[in-house]
Design a binder for this molecule. Sequence first.
Ligand code: NAP
Length: 480
Amino acid sequence: MKKILNYINGELVGPKSGQYLDNYNPSIGKVYSLIPNSDADDVQRAQEAAQAAFPEWSVTPKDERSRILMKLADLIDANLDMLAKAESVDNGKPVSLAKSVDIPRAASNFRFYATAVVQYSTHAHEMEDTAINYTLRQPIGVAGCISPWNLPLYLFSWKIAPALASGNCVVAKPSEVTPMTAYLLSKLCIEAGLPNGVLNIVHGLGPKVGQAITEHPDIPMISFTGGTVTGKHIASIAAPMFKKLSLELGGKNPNIIFADCDFDKMLSTTIRSSFANQGQICLCGSRIFIERPIYEKFKTAFVEKVSRMKVGNPADDTTKMGAIVSQSHMEKVLSYVDLAKDEGGTVLTGGNQALVDGECAEGWFIHPTIIEGLSFDCRTNQEEIFGPVVTIMPFDTEEEVLMMANSTKYGLASTVWTENLKKAHRMARNLHAGIVWINCWLLRDLRTPFGGAKQSGVGREGGFEALEFFTEPKNVCIKY
Ligand code: NAP
């Protein structure tokens, strides 16, 4: 059985304990590789390697850091097919999605920060003829980066790239559920000539490896993407240690459809924003609010198209919906469908496990599911399901839909469909969310601030904001 290895001090090594965990292919429901069951000893080794590499990496000229990260991006591009296949097998997502979104975006993340760091400049504040202040932004040391399973290499690289570009060294933990592409990335780092110890990847369980990174006294910053409950736990450890903390957490995003929208564009994008990656994207719009005059038209067209979506083998290019990432996650998602029924909802399509023929017969699939008839404040409409399940609800006024849209504890993203520019601006101003998409979804300019309000997160990633997170500002005041 293929063994994944940790990447510590430039070498691919097993865990000190010699113990491994099973790694499943969710589309066939079987173990296909083994992953290090690392612990605090492995994190310690990784931290020491990163600490030792820091003095040299932090003063390596930006151009040289940029060159290495560009090379890494080129290697990701050159290995697109191999990485996309690996991501699809590990996560269950359609290979076509991994090939068009996940892997190209991982290369873009490295390329973006390789160029951003050489463009970045700091501020100067002049006090007329008294003095001048200028701000230095210096790398901090060893960064801890912890990422989830839904967009494995995409989100892993979104943290690592700015951390490394700005001169820090990194101890990183990908999700134990989807470790493969981070392992393949470590091989590409060796090929790209990344100096030993600059990036260290420790595989294993969140409560062991993630916990050890969070608790480590010499890892002064933690960049975390994952669930709100885990984020709260991490904050409870990191905050009293005065660590810098970036938290990208869960969402329960509204998709608000006004009667004056471009119906066809809205419909095709709404299918994507509901079910892309089996609904396992933190930005998916899982609560769909439709202005009453077009509610029935929307419902009929949406149900008709969604019920024809092909759920199947992720390796097949015609598959629209692949497997759910794990058996336990599939069971959790289906338990929410039961909850929705208990709460008075009607399942219009889907609602059950999908059985796929052939080699995927034992895989974990769910039919895309649409539910109506629920109140905006029931648990199904307030809690994150993170699967291919959406609810539809009619509304009558802007005030009413804003109240319902803003009613959850989350505030990550929102989508608004209208051809009325004034209304679009009003909605954008009044939605409690870090991101508002008007007449589009998941359109990303990497320079923009990315993150959530309320319990969807603390801080922003993206653009220069990430370079600022991974550096310490220092004001220097010189008297004339
Ligand atoms: P998760 O269970 O919170 O796990 C995220 C990461 O944290 C994983 O690497 C996990 O390791 C690790 N972890 C678990 N317990 C830990 C602990 N005690 N200390 C330190 N690390 C720990 O989230 P997930 O189920 O992987 O991902 C789904 C969630 O992520 C959803 O809520 C989704 O909305 C959110 N998400 C947010 C964004 C965003 O940008 N806001 C993007 C994507 C996903 P193991 O996997 O090994 O347990």
